[in-house]
Design a protein around this ligand. Structure first.
Ligand code: ADP
Ligand code: ASP
Ligand code: MG
Length: 412
């Protein structure tokens, strides 16, 4: 029988009632003749609560134990979903990541899926089971320990299963009815897209649009998975939601497709660093070893052999970054005058494949922000995106102004 993957996010499994509603959707697909792999998130708010407990217990936690704790939310919803389906007389069984097994790298809290042997689940389907409910977000390392895939990782579990099982489609059920031109919670003028190209979705996701985890889009692109985002709260037709697909399958042609934001950014500056060959490696090597995800980097003009080095990273990695820099000083690898952390910044980005062939987007973006009196602290660009770091208090204003300036409320 054809296989379908259906993923339900936190709000879609927030309580037993919502789980019943999701299970009914699964029932509809089972009745059509699909064997279904259901991937569940933890109940909404659960993972945040678990992360909070870990931080309270051990601020510079051992990532193996972080994973042991934060992976547990999905175990609950997987079991409840299987029970709900059984109550509806649908043969169903739940699986934790290690039972499948979802084999991952050892990179705790940010592990990558390496392999999902399909045999165990396929054997159960062959025996008449119709739904395999799998706990999202988690896997098992080569050392046999539980891993997690990074926040939002259940999306990636879903796409990886779709690829491994040769599923006809991977449907991501969430609390919005598709991918919008920007977060509909920030702009009431956000417009739902019927289709979006893999490359654009990849940029939007990596720049903060949490509707899909970046890695899930990467996998869908690589394995050509038909990936759809749709609402778990409305009756759904077969072409509902947003299809993430190849660029060639899309007719729309706005220069800018979407605006993304990332709220929890920090800007860190090392003052008075010796400007010598190897200094960047001496700074960013230890940061990388400490698990700090450095994003934007600026090295300022050098004066008297000294320079300032600025970089951005997620707010919750500031402590790790500070420790890594102090350790590097103690080890004699670097010297600096001072380390300043500005934790009140946010990143706002404009994304669109049309930027490849049309110039002037950056100028329009900077003019729009300047008209609103918003100061730009750091800029970075690539072929299909422009990002700026600004004061966090202007983030929503910036998103709305850019959405207006690029006329994203109108289809191109
Ligand atoms: P789930 O728990 O189902 O995985 P998430 O909260 O991770 O849901 O992702 C859905 C949320 O993503 C939406 O509620 C919305 O606020 C946010 N979001 C951000 N950018 C976008 C966008 N461009 N289109 C749709 N939703 C977006
Ligand atoms: N529950 C995890 C998180 O909140 C994974 C997910 O929902 O995708 O990040
Ligand atoms: Mg999510």
């Amino acid at each position: 029988m054809p296989v379908l993957v259906m993923k339900f996010g936190g709000t879609s499994v927030a309580n037993p009632d919502r789980i019943r509603r999701a299970a009914k959707r699964v029932g509809v697909e089972v009745a059509k003749g699909y064997d279904v792999i259901v991937i569940v998130s933890a109940m909404s708010g659960k993972t945040n609560e678990l992360v909070g407990w870990v931080n309270e217990t051990s601020p510079l936690y051992d990532a193996r134990e972080y994973d042991a704790v934060v992976s547990s939310g999905e175990n609950v919803t997987a079991g409840l979903m299987a029970l709900t389906l059984q109550e509806m007389d649908i043969p169903a069984r739940s699986w934790q990541g290690w039972q499948v097994p979802v084999k991952t790298t050892t990179a705790h809290s940010a592990a990558r899926i390496e392999d999902i042997p399909p045999e165990n689940i396929m054997a159960k389907f062959a025996q008449g089971m119709r739904v395999a409910v799998v706990a999202g977000f988690q896997g098992i390392s080569p050392e046999g320990r539980i891993t997690t895939l990074g926040r939002g990782g259940s999306d990636t579990t879903a796409v990886a299963f779709a690829a491994a099982m040769g599923a006809e489609r991977c449907d991501i059920y969430t609390d919005v009815d598709g991918v919008y031109t920007t977060d509909p919670r920030i702009s009431s003028k956000a417009r739902k897209l019927d289709r979006i190209a893999f490359e654009e979705m990849l940029e939007l996701a990596s720049l903060g649009a949490k509707v899909l985890q970046t890695r899930s889009v990467e996998l869908a692109m690589r394995y050509n998975v038909r990936l759809r985002v749709l609402s778990s709260f409305e009756e759904q037709s077969d072409d509902a939601g947003t299809l993430v697909c190849a660029e060639e399958e899309i007719m729309e042609s706005n220069v800018v497709t979407g605006i993304a934001y990332s709220r929890d950014e920090a800007k860190m500056t090392l003052l008075s660093v010796a400007d010598r060959p190897g200094i960047a490696a001496a700074i960013f090597g230890p940061l990388s070893d400490a698990g700090v995800n450095v994003d934007m980097i600026i090295q300022n003009i050098s004066e008297d052999g000294q320079t300032d080095m600025t970089f951005s990273c997620p707010t919750d990695q500031v402590m790790r970054a500070e420790k890594a820099m102090k350790d590097a000083v103690a080890a004699g690898q670097i010297e600096y005058g001072d380390l300043m952390a500005d934790t009140d910044v946010a990143k706002v980005s404009a994304v669109g494949i049309g930027m490849r062939s049309q110039s002037g987007v950056a100028a329009q973006m900077f003019k729009t922000l300047s008209d609103e009196g918003i100061n730009i602290k750091v800029i970075s660009t690539s072929e299909i995106k422009i990002s700026v770091l600004i004061d966090r208090k202007y983030m929503e204003l910036a998103v709305q102004a850019l959405h207006d300036a690029f006329q994203l409320d109108k289809a191109g």
